[in-house]
Design a protein around this ligand. Structure first.
Ligand code: FAD
Length: 471
């Protein structure tokens, strides 16, 4: 490849939806105001929270403050995989016990279905496609990676959540020369992520929520009342919700619970005839069992959108422009796409972009309230937020309203998030471990055994610290 793919600062998904529907204007905050609830961050978490709050209490005065446009963050830039946690059942049972693990998986599954119904009800055409997803082993090191999950699910009587596939069966759904076998999970969907984010924005505006875009929150005091200060004015509210994803890692209160990584995507030009040739016409999401996962899906107009996780631009202490686009990583992602599908080498790549991921030690999001009692947070989705943010919005609405029920009793709320080491240990430590994970994955992609030192360094997060990260 000579030239790298075009840098799409807003992501191809956002460009697609903004071109025909820029939405009602939401100018920056100018002046001070009072509200019942101020929500920091206009991604899925913030917008679902606003939506569920208005559903329950239409009279609430809710303000959303977003530094960019709603969906300008990962909610409008992601792969659009809408799934729950069935693929992590085994780990969840080990960590939480059977009852809680199943409760978490079931509630996450509800979101997969409910988002589709919500789109229908509100006329949001988010390309919702409930076709399941396929986890594929693409190197010998990944062979059978799904088996302990499958055995556990079978013992618990959840056979219908998984279908084991041979290499030939994978290739019937998506013909890649890398396929060595895999697992089909029917309970998963895909969406055009920015259409979902912008659709949510439209619906909450119709519900009477006040949104201020281009409004970074520069100062915050928990109070009560909570006060969010911006260049144009301040919002004073009885309660506040922090829905800032990876940006919350800049806050002292959340710093020890989050590590930040990057993930990058490329998208091809439409090539429906090539998708026919590789038999990938069923709309399934596809991913593999690398530690730095590949995730790939098709679009309505016959493109492949292909992403890779687990990247880290430098020490990643601040969320800067390298998270939106990093030429080295984007080139790697393109090469990986072509290894999966050699016949796509001559299909132009139309755009590339990336975004930050708020990694939690448990690999699960966490929800709760700061000691002041009036500031609630939902963070740590670890690259799996499209479905879980919907659940997160339901939980956060309950925390704001003081409602206790089965959702606020989930371990996502009651379990203490794992702590990461403080700076200056965290960033360099992650850089080393992450580099080792990527090198290990690359060696295994080529069918080689990684250097033993690299393999050992890649396992440090899990084996030494007990994080659910890496191999
Ligand atoms: C490239 C990529 C691919 C991904 N693929 C998938 C996938 O396929 N499936 C999946 O489930 N998950 C995926 N994810 C993760 C998923 O996108 C996130 O978990 C989810 O969007 C999180 O939503 P959120 O509302 O919590 O955060 P965000 O969407 O990031 O919203 C937070 C908002 O806060 C705003 N903000 C930050 N600081 C301030 C401030 N000081 N003042 C005001 N506003 C501020 C940001 O601009 C942002 O819009 C992916 C992520 C990326 C980056």
């Amino acid at each position: 490849m000579n030239d790298p793919p075009r840098r799409a600062d807003r992501s191809w998904w956002l460009e697609e939806v903004l071109a025909f529907d820029p939405g009602a204007p939401c100018p920056p905050l100018a002046g001070d105001l009072d509200a019942d609830v101020v929500i920091l961050g206009g991604g899925y978490t913030g917008l679902w929270t606003a939506h569920f709050l208005k559903d329950r209490e239409p009279g609430l005065d809710i303000v959303v403050l977003e530094q960019d446009i709603c969906g300008g963050g990962p909610s409008g830039r992601n792969g659009g995989f809408l799934n729950g946690w069935w693929s992590e059942l085994d780990e969840l049972v080990d960590r939480l016990g059977v009852g809680q693990a199943l409760a978490v998986c079931r509630t996450a599954s509800d979101s997969v279905r409910e988002i589709g119904l919500w789109c229908e009800r509100h006329g949001v055409d988010a390309w919702y496609t409930h076709a399941g997803d396929v986890g594929v082993a693409t190197s010998p090191a990944q062979d059978g990676e799904w088996r302990s999950n499958l055995r556990r699910a079978q013992r618990l009587g959840f056979r219908e959540q998984y279908v084991e596939l041979t290499a030939a069966q994978v290739r019937e759904r998506c013909d890649t020369p890398l396929a060595r076998g895999g697992l089909f999970t029917p309970d998963a969907a895909t969406v055009q992520p920015a259409r979902l984010a912008r659709g949510l924005r439209r619906v909450v505006l119709e519900q009477g929520v006040r949104i201020f875009e281009g409004t970074p929150v520069e100062r915050f005091r928990a109070g009560p009342p909570a006060v969010a200060g911006t260049a144009g004015g301040m919002v004073r509210a009885r309660q506040a919700v922090v829905a800032l994803n990876a940006w919350a890692s800049h806050w002292k209160a959340f710093r020890r619970w989050l590590a930040v990584r990057g993930t990058y995507m490329v998208i091809t030009a439409p090539a429906p005839e090539k998708l026919e040739q590789i038999r990938w016409t069923g709309g399934e999401g596809v991913w593999n069992f690398r530690s730095a996962v590949h995730y790939l899906r098709t679009t309505r107009d016959g493109r492949i959108a292909f992403g890779a996780g687990g990247m880290q631009p430098k020490a990643a202490r601040r969320i800067g422009p390298a998270f939106q686009y990093d030429e080295r990583f984007v080139r790697q992602v393109a090469e990986d796409l072509w290894r999966w599908f050699p016949s796509f080498r001559d299909v132009p790549l139309e755009a590339a972009w990336g975004g930050p991921v708020d990694v939690s030690g448990h690999h699960l999001p966490f929800f709760g309230s700061l000691p002041s009692g009036n500031v609630h947070y939902g963070l740590g989705y670890t690259g799996n937020g499209v479905g879980p943010c919907h659940l997160g919005g339901k939980i956060l609405a309950r925390l704001v309203l003081g409602v206790e029920d089965e959702l606020t009793r989930l371990p996502l709320v009651t379990m203490e998030p794992m702590r990461f080491p403080p700076e200056p240990i965290l960033s360099p430590g992650l850089l080393v471990a992450n580099g080792a994970i990527l090198r290990k994955d690359r060696a295994e992609d080529r069918g080689r055994k990684p250097n033993p030192l690299v393999a050992a360094a890649a396992k440090i997060p899990r084996n030494v610290f007990g994080y659910n990260l890496g191999p």
